[in-house]
Design a protein around this ligand. Sequence first.
Ligand code: FAD
Length: 486
Amino acid sequence: SDKAIIIGAGIAGIAAAIRLAVRGYSVTVFEAGRHPGGKLSEIKSDGFRFDAGPSLFTMPQYVDELFTLAGKDPREHYKYLKLDKVCKYFFEDGARINAYADLQKFAAEVEHHTQDTKESVLNFLDKSAEIYHITDPVFLQRSLHKWKNYFNKTTLRSLLRFSRIDAFRTMNQANSSKFADSKTIRLFNRYATYNGSNPYQAPATLNVIPHFEQHFGAYFPEGGMYSIIRALTNLAIDCGVKFQFETYIDQIVLDGKKAKGVRSGQSMHPADIIVSNMDIWYTYRTLLKHVKAPENILGQERSSSALIFYWGISGSFPELDLHNIFFTEDYEDEFRQIWERKDIAMDPTIYLNISSKIEKSDAPPGKENWFTMINVPSNSGQNWDKLIESARNNIIAKLTRILNREIETLIVSEQILDPRKIDSQTFSFQGSLYGSSSNSQFAAFLRHANFSSKIEGLYFAGGSVHPGGGIPLALLSAKIVDELVK
Ligand code: FAD
């Protein structure tokens, strides 16, 4: 059978491997690291377990689809539960807003804690759904880079409704016109960070994101996020995929205009098709040094990165949930620091994820595993050691203030992830989480296609190419590659 090589065992690399194996290819995945999963990895230390990267699981149907495709029942291989409460928001003035999965309940909760009405929230989410129905068939489900895709009924119908997607004002402008209360505005502006963008610049089209969460739900996989990778890797192996770990690919070898294999050190591995799951920037700069790179795409502003403290906490906090947000009072300043000054605000918004709230074995009895994250700029050579030190103090002070309990002395274990490490551990250029940012209306068109128009047999899947970053979109990129190969 024809041979396919996948460079990288990130979630999109594994998904592409499964799809191609089901299609009859003999597939080998080469992974530089020791484990599959890429950014989706886990850390174990001092009796605590942490999901190191993604912590919010949405659109599980795209994972399930891979099992179904391979003729298996997804529920026999991994399980997840739907969250009744998606997130808990904390504000400095003492307000606490529960984002319930139930739409009516959530809207009522916002009405109760802010100056905004239930109706304004429901109207907002209706608009969010409308943007989803227009953009999904055009931007997400297929390649934007094949002309024939523009000449079918669904796409044309969507394009005709294009003025409805709110692309010509920013998210913050749209949200400030719909809501009166700064709390509600911050709550909805925050969705820009789901793909590492800036709500004060990104088009209001990104208001589609709350629809993903509200309509399709937020989930928690049994055993934590990493169990998704465990289940998918086993599925791939069942489908005949071979994994070779600790094997860094340093070149895509060409024969004229055709990809003919990959090289790792002295070893050449021939293939009929190659899928790079490596960040598109590194793919061109390191694996395709002699090919003319698409500079307009590689030069796009990168999405933001993250600074994470994985804290083992000796104590329990009943008022905290699985997903918690502690908002800054000056959201605009936080984004100005990140995007204009490439710096970290003194009072950053904190995301606190505690998987042991659901998965008890993730922390020893009476203790909690705190994944404490703030958004930070991608790496452009800042003095990270200094930034980390002051961010750590500011985070601890803010949590201590809002929770009204001394935090520093409860930290019994600590690991840190910063943009430099994200870059070096997963070859993510500048440590950005989601490839390029979506801060302009044109961002969707400036992501690299899922195939090479110059090199036959070369494809791209992952968070840095079309349709974008995050688990659901990375999985869709693999699906589009599969369609293109067919
Ligand atoms: P990656 O995860 O980037 O993996 C690429 C793999 O390829 C790596 O394993 C790397 O070692 C390997 N590789 C690269 N080059 C080579 C080479 N030359 N040879 C061999 N191997 C190579 N998404 C969500 O949906 N929800 C979230 O809550 C969320 N939160 C996040 C929080 C953090 C801290 C981070 C880092 C990311 C988060 N994301 C989230 C984003 C999500 O993790 C990514 O979009 C997604 O995992 C990207 O998958 P990928 O397939 O592009 O590959």
